[in-house]
Design a protein around this ligand. Structure first.
Ligand code: ADP
Ligand code: ZN
Length: 514
């Protein structure tokens, strides 16, 4: 049967989406392929259709245990013979399903990656006639990715052990080119099919300098009845926000790793079936949640990387309808992520990478570039400004801030490019704290140059200069600010700096009593 016919007859769709037929043809030709498509882009069909055309078995590796059963049920309802093997089954059930697979009674066999840690299971697989191995969430194989799973490393070995020399298809929605290269190397893939990373129906927004709680409640009240997820970084914050929302009499469920299994499941279902359309959760929630009508994803706190952000935010609008992805940004929340990295058991090199990712995530909150474009660029891809995000829709006038920028850059230089944002902001605002006195920064010509501004404002300005590429923070636990070539050009008066800002009302008229 032709892929097009299977699409119509088995799945009821008329047309392939972007990238699908290319990937499917590759697989049918026996070429290993990496498919990078956005969430909701239709990755599953890329292996399900070949599975129905190829004579042998398709093995699907998926970390989404919670979703596996649903996926298999959905296939069965379409009259497709599929089954799964994961830790919810006992030994005999596993053997029975393996037997079915061996006899060709199923076309698709879903397994969790942890299964591959079992030597017994591997040798059971080795003898099956497997034509295709589909690896979902393939970024989990890369330590450069944001969700590395050690079990995924077993895949290389697994593939070699399977005697029928299966074709490999790896699928992911989030992969920087570094991660993509890594996946391809580890799985011997030569071909990559990448479709637009942009999510045409998502409007990204960054909300800064606002009372986050107030904003959130107002937002939820305006969007009553709509389903949405609110992500927070810690269990404690999840509980606090849940209480806050309950108090406002809005139907809310919560989810985090500290709740027991039963409660988690109950809450998840309350959300899935719209009994409680608002879900407050840590990042433990979401992988494998296939709820199509999520209208908004609000990050009440900044996540650790743009990859994590895009994946979580991407859970909004899987049905293609207009949806919102909002980041509530507060500088202090960056410290929380910082702390997670400090406290983690990663080796030093790995930590450095995570600090750098957090840095890029933080810049997202300060950039004036189209937010969708910023994200897509992060994944080494291009797109036009989206026209929907809070930056595209920012109607404030660009103002020339070259002089302020020069003050900041010059201060960084005078401090020998050896200090971080906080101290630079303190020097510029003329703080008298101990450290400044100790280093005699009060004697610098740049000391107090921005005295009229608050420290927070100056920090914000520095963030903006970083996000615009005039300053570069070193990576690491205590990033120090350094000038880039563009920054030097600003100092020399060769480049102007502009920024969209609300016009500051200045006192121009004399006081009445003067
Ligand atoms: P992904 O895994 O990339 O996030 P899915 O494979 O879950 O996305 O597909 C998302 C939705 O799009 C599913 O409901 C799926 O049935 C639907 N879909 C996939 N391909 C097509 C197509 N060619 N035409 C119409 N709908 C499709
Ligand atoms: Zn935009």
């Amino acid at each position: 049967m032709q892929p097009q016919t299977v699409l119509k007859e088995k799945f009821g769709y008329d047309q392939f989406r972007q990238g699908q037929s290319e990937v499917i043809e590759s697989v049918l030709a026996g070429d290993n392929v990496l498919a990078i498509m956005p969430t909701g882009g239709g990755k599953s069909l890329c292996y399900q259709i070949p599975a129905l055309i190829l004579p042998g078995l398709t093995l699907v590796i998926s970390p989404l245990i919670s979703l596996m059963k649903d996926q298999v049920d959905a296939l069965n309802e379409n009259g497709i013979a599929a089954t799964f093997i994961n830790s919810t089954l006992d030994y005999f059930e596993v053997q029975e399903r393996l037997n079915q697979a061996a006899q060709g009674a199923v076309k698709l066999l879903y397994v969790s990656p942890e299964r591959l840690d079992s030597e017994q299971f591997l040798s059971d697989l080795a003898g099956l006639k497997i034509d295709l191995i589909a690896i979902d969430e393939a970024h989990c194989i890369s330590q450069w990715g944001h969700d590395f799973r050690p079990s995924y490393l077993r895949l290389t070995d697994t593939i070699q052990r399977v005697q029928s020399q299966p074709t490999i298809i790896a699928l992911t929605a989030t992969a920087t080119s570094q991660v993509a290269t890594d996946i391809m190397q580890r799985l011997s893939i030569q071909r990559e099919v990448k479709t637009g990373f942009s999510r045409e129906n998502l409007a990204f927004q960054v909300v800064k300098n606002q009372n986050s709680d107030r904003y959130l409640l107002d937002y939820l009240k305006i969007n009553r009845q709509k389903a949405g997820i609110i992500y927070a970084s810690t269990r404690k914050e999840v509980e606090r926000l849940t209480k806050l929302i309950e108090k406002a009499k809005l139907p809310v469920a919560m989810y985090h790793g500290g709740l027991n299994e039963m409660v988690r499941r109950q809450n998840q279902e309350d959300f899935l079936y719209d009994r409680k359309p608002i879900m407050v959760a840590t990042n433990a929630f979401g992988m494998g949640i296939d709820k199509s009508n999520v209208r908004f994803v609000v990050h009440a706190q900044i996540p650790g990387s743009l990859e994590a952000y895009y994946q979580e935010a991407g859970r909004a609008g899987r049905d293609g309808l207009p949806s919102e992805a909002i980041l509530l940004f507060r500088q202090n929340d960056v410290q929380i992520q910082h702390f997670f990295i400090d406290q983690s058991e990663m080796d030093e090199e790995h930590k450095q990478r995570e600090y750098a990712k957090l840095q890029e995530m933080t810049q997202y909150a300060s950039t004036q570039q189209c937010l969708q474009q910023y994200i897509v660029n992060y994944f080494d891809d291009h797109c036009e400004p989206c026209g929907r995000c809070s930056n595209c829709l920012d109607t404030r006038e660009e103002q020339d801030i070259t002089i302020e920028a020069q003050k900041v850059l010059s201060c960084v230089k005078r401090m020998d490019q050896r200090f971080g944002k906080v101290l630079v902001a303190q020097v510029l605002t003329g703080s008298k704290n101990q450290k400044i006195m100790q280093f005699r920064f009060d004697e610098l010509p740049t000391y107090g140059l921005l005295r009229g501004d608050s420290q927070k404002e100056v920090s914000g300005l520095i963030d903006y200069l970083v996000a615009s590429g005039f300053l570069q923070p070193s990576s690491g636990q205590f990033p120090v600010l350094q000038l880039t070539a563009e920054g030097v050009a600003v100092l020399k008066g060769q480049t102007a700096v502009t920024r969209k800002m609300a016009v500051k009302v200045q006192k121009t008229l004399p006081e009445d009593n003067e």
